[in-house]
Ligand binder design. Structure first.
Ligand code: GLU
Length: 498
């Protein structure tokens, strides 16, 4: 039976900064649903309890609201299928997983992590494809029950055919054939009772009556598992449409090493939400008349899946800047422009974060100008001479910037953690803190004598700091001496192990 109504969804995992890729996928789901007179649902996929955070979820919700991509059902709005946060739905998945076991579509696996590890090692050594070898699949039922009764920890895995292939129909790509031999006996329920993405995603898409799944193409290889689960449950599978991934200019997958990927960066930089949304609409899609500047309403009016093109869309900041400039110049009158500036950074809450840093440093209010520049700028222009005017030589600055760029990633973004990271690095590099921090002062605030560095970094946010540090790292270049190259390698190797 065809679905009565078009219902799409975005299902982000709150495990980091809100990503432009999430906004892109949300935009297409939103436009398709609205164009079809349907509904757009937001679901939070937070079953990875170790990596999911409330801050990340809040930032994702805020950014989608900022972009005007409001959901009809989901957190904060409610709806007939609440709750919309998977961590609040675990009983539902557990019950479904148990049912799959009872019906013989899934089995309990008692293999210990150590056994799985040695199995993987052996497969690797034998040049075989890694995957579960099915040991517990062959466990006699009585033995499985006995282990269960004895309280042995277990996961639930799905059964998969061991020969033949699966045909996935994609609305953009047609039929995709994937051999079952490439599909692992996926864990559905983890030892802690939480579902994996695959189980929760399928169960929720069904229960939330999703008719069309528009998601990134990185999920194509998961589709056979999902299709099989729909069959096991006896449910109709929603239509699938895998959208091409956003790319860096060199066509590699969009990454923060080459492009800012966090929506918080675009907010901080003062892009207009309507311009960014318009730009995301140009990724993989185009207006029938080829217009490049269009509103959300215009995009909805013209939206059709047929107009999606599969060539990897390049996310290009220069083009975004051009489009943003057009929106600023063509669509805002002076009063509206002033309003946007106020919203962006000339607002009470932002000013009150700066005031404690500058208050004690001015004799007249106009001293504020130079001190405030870094807080109202994007990447602050500095020269190589400025960066190297302290005690540190070029190679040392290069190592310091490269290692710091790596270490800011995992950091909790608050003053004390930033301070500790930089202090530790100075100690590891055997440099005096004052000398060590000087180039950081210059690249973050444009001057060696300015507001306190760690506070400034906290206020500016990780993304803008990353962009400024990267700008400096590019100016300085890679370390040239063998000694400093080795130092860089050893510091980075340590980080990789953490
Ligand atoms: N939670 C998945 C993600 O973070 C959702 C993938 C899907 O749309 O099925 O991208």
């Amino acid at each position: 039976m065809p679905f009565a109504k078009v219902r799409t969804r975005i299902a982000p995992s709150p495990t980091g900064d809100p990503h432009v890729g999430t906004a892109y996928i949300a935009l297409f789901n939103y436009c398709f649903a609205k164009q079809q007179g349907g509904e757009f649902v937001l679901r939070i996929e937070d079953t990875d309890t170790a990596r999911s955070t409330a801050e990340s979820e809040a930032a994702i919700l805020d950014s989608l609201h900022w972009l005007g991509l409001n959901w009809d059902e989901g957190p904060g709005v409610g709806g007939p299928h609440a709750p919309y946060r998977q961590s609040e739905r675990s009983a539902i998945y557990r019950e479904r997983a148990d049912r799959l076991v009872a019906e013989g579509h899934a089995f309990r696996c008692f293999c210990t992590p150590a056994r799985l590890e040695s199995m993987r090692e052996a497969q690797k050594a034998a040049g075989q494809r890694p995957g579960y070898d099915g040991l517990c699949l062959r466990l006699p039922p009585a033995e499985s029950e006995a282990k269960l009764a004895a309280g042995e920890p277990f996961v639930i895995r799905m059964k998969v055919p061991n020969e033949g292939s699966c045909v996935i129909h994609d609305l953009l790509r047609g039929d995709i054939v994937i051999g079952w031999d490439t599909v692992d006996m996926q864990v559905l329920l983890k030892a802690d009772g939480m579902p994996t993405y695959h189980l929760a995603n399928v169960v929720d898409d069904h229960l939330m009556e999703i008719s069309h799944i528009l998601r990134g193409e990185e999920w194509i290889n998961s589709a056979p598992k999902h299709k099989l689960l729909y069959e096991y449950f006896g449910w109709e599978m929603p239509a699938l449409c895998h959208l091409p991934l956003l790319r860096n200019r060199d066509k590699s997958k969009l990454s923060k090493r080459k492009n800012p990927t966090s929506l918080l960066f675009y907010q901080r930089m003062g892009y207009l939400p309507e311009a960014l949304r318009n730009y995301l609409g140009l990724m993989a899609w185009s207006m029938p008349g080829g217009e490049e500047k269009f509103s959300l309403a215009e995009m909805i009016g013209q939206f059709s899946l047929e107009r999606i093109s599969l060539g990897g869309p390049v996310f290009d900041l220069t083009k975004l800047d051009w489009l943003n400039g057009r929106w600023i110049r063509e669509d805002l009158d002076d009063a509206q422009f002033a309003g946007r500036v106020r919203q962006w950074a000339f607002n009470e809450s932002y000013l009150m974060r700066l005031v404690p840093l500058v208050h004690s440093r001015v004799s007249v209010l106009s001293d504020l100008g130079p001190l405030a520049v870094p807080f109202f700028s994007g990447v602050v222009e500095v020269t190589l001479d400025q960066l190297l005017d302290g005690k540190l030589d070029r190679d040392t600055v290069s190592v310091a910037l490269s290692v710091a760029l790596g270490r800011i990633e995992g950091l909790r973004w608050e003053k004390a953690a930033i301070e500790k990271m930089l202090r530790d690095l100075a100690t590891q590099m055997d440099e005096k803190l004052r000398d060590f921090l000087r180039p950081f002062f210059i690249v973050i605030s444009g001057s060696p004598v300015s507001v306190p560095l760690f506070d400034a970094m906290e206020i500016l946010g990780r993304d803008l700091c990353r962009a400024r540090l990267r700008h400096a790292a590019t100016l300085v270049g890679k370390p040239l001496s063998d000694e400093k190259r080795k130092l860089l390698k050893s510091l980075q190797a340590n980080d990789a192990e953490l």
